[in-house]
Design a binder for this molecule. Sequence first.
Ligand code: TRP
Length: 338
Amino acid sequence: MRIFSGIQPTGRKHLGNYIGAIVQYVEGQQRAADAGDVAIYCVVDLHAMTVPWNPVEMRERVYDTAAILLAAGLDPEKCVFIRQSDVPEHTELAWHLGAVTAHGDLNRMHQFKEKSARQRDLVSADLFTYPVLMAADVLAYRANEVPVGDDQRQHVELMRDVAQRFNERFGDVLVVPELKIPSVGARIMDLQNPTSKMSTSSDSPEGTVYVLDDAKATEKKFKRAVTDSDDPPQIVAGDKAKPGVSNLVDILAATRGCTPAEAIASLADARGYGDLKVATANAVNELLEPVRARYAELRPDEAKLEAIFAEGAQKAREITVPVLQDVRRAIGVGPKPR
Ligand code: TRP
C-alpha cells in the first residue's frame, strides 16, 4: 500500500489543515511503512505557480510548509518527503498524460472554473492543466492511496480516468489510485462563521486558528467563537441547528483524540459555553504548542531543510525513473527497447 499526497506551499496552515490532512500524513507514513511500502509527501511548488506568485516568497513558503510538516511529525527516515520541482519525472509524466486527457474533462473542473473566474489578467495554461500535473504526481509513483480534502475529489477522479485510459491504450503500466477523504478535518468550521469550512480566505480572520498562532491568540479566537443563545446552554454534537457549539465539540474531540460523546461527558459540570471554549482552546494549544516549538527550531535551518529535500528527491527518483522508463517504452518515445 503506497500513499501519495501533495500540499500547497503556504506558511498559513490552519487547524482544519492540521487535523484534516497533516495528522493523516503522519499516521499514513507509519501505516505505509508497516505494510512494507512507503508514503510520499510532496510540497507542490509547481502547482503554486498556476496563479500569480512572487518568486522570492515562493521559496520562503516552501520552507515554512516543510518546517510545519516536519514539526508535526513527518519523519524523512520513514517517508519520502519532497519538493515537487526537485523530481523532474513529475513534469515529464504530466506531458505524457496530457495526451490521454480530454480537454473537455479539464474544462469541467470546478476548481478551474472558480480560479479562472477570479484571475484579473492572465488565466494561464498551467491553471488549466493543473489536474494533469496532479495526476502525474501520483501516477509517477504507482501510488494506491491519495489522502486529500473533499475539494480535491474531482481531481482524483480525473486522475483515475487518465490512468485507466493510459492503461487501456498502452498496457498495464500505471496503477489506478484510490481516493481517501479524511473524516474529521473536513468538518472543522470557521469559529466566526460555523456553517463555512475553516479556511485561509475567511471574511473574518478571527474565525481561523493557525498552527503558528501563539497560545494567547488561539485562546482569544476560541473565547470569541460564535455559539448560540440557548439558555441553559446545551453542549451537543452534530446538531445542524447549533453549528457553533457542534464545531467546538468536534474540535475538542479531534484534538483530544476522543469521541464527541466523551468530549461532552467531560463537560458535564460546565456552567456555560465559556467552559467549552476554554477547554477547547486548551486542548488545541496542548496539541499545537510542541509543534510550534519544533517549528521555531527547524525553520531557521534552511540548509538542513534543503538536505532533507535532496535526500527525499533521491529516494523519490528510485521509484519514478523506472516508472517513466516503462511509460516511455509503452508510448514509443526515446530509444527502441532492446
Ligand atoms: N491539489 C492539491 C491541493 O490543492 C495538492 C496536490 C498536488 C495533491 N498534487 C497532489 C494532492 C497529488 C494529492 C495528490 O490540495
